[in-house]
Write a protein that binds this ligand. Sequence first.
Ligand SMILES: *[C@@H]1O[C@H](CO)[C@@H](O)[C@H](O)[C@H]1NC(C)=O
Length: 178
Amino acid sequence: MDSHFQRHVLIQMTIFFFLFIHSLPSTNANLIDDACNVFKDPRSCISALKQDPKIISAPDFKTLAKNAVRFAISNSTDSKNFIQDMAQKSTEPTLKKALESCLSERGYGYVIRDFKIVLREIDEDPESASYDAMVAQDGAQYCEETLASSGLKVDSVTTRNDYVKLYSIVCSAVMDKI
Ligand SMILES: *[C@@H]1O[C@H](CO)[C@@H](O)[C@H](O)[C@H]1NC(C)=O
C-alpha cells in the first residue's frame, strides 16, 4: 500500500466516524452530564438525576428540568411524610416539638410550596425558576437548625434534609441550561 492510499483510507474513516457520532441521538446521559458538569464533583448530581427514568429519558433541558422538579416534589413529600410519622410516634417532647417545626410552613411546608412554584415558572421565566429552586433548600436548613438548637441529632432526618438541599441545587443547575 502506498502512503497516498493509506492517507485516503484514514481520511475516509475519520469522516465516517465524525458522521457516525453526530448521527447518534443526543441521549439524555449527555444532557445530565452537561447540566452536572458545573459542579466540581458532579457524581451526586448525576446520581440524583438518574433516580427517575422520566428524567433520564427527557429529550431536552426544559423537559428534564420539569421532571427533575416533579421528582424533587415527590422526594420532599416522602421526607415530609417520614418526619410526620416520626413526630406522631415520638413521646419525647423536645423531639416532637422540633419535628413539628420541621413540618411547619418555614420547614417542609416551604420546601414543597416553593418547588411547586418553580414548576409553574419553568415555561415563563427559567431565571426565576433557577433562583427559586435554589432557595427551596432554606426550609430544610430551617429544620436542620431547629434540631441543632434543640440539642438533637437525628441522622435519618438530616439525611432527608440533605436530599432537599441536593435537589434544590441540582434543579437550579438544570434550569440554568434552559
Ligand atoms: C430521594 O432522593 C435520594 C437522593 O437521590 C434517594 O436516595 C432516595 O431514594 C429518594 N427517595 C425517594 C422516595 O424518592
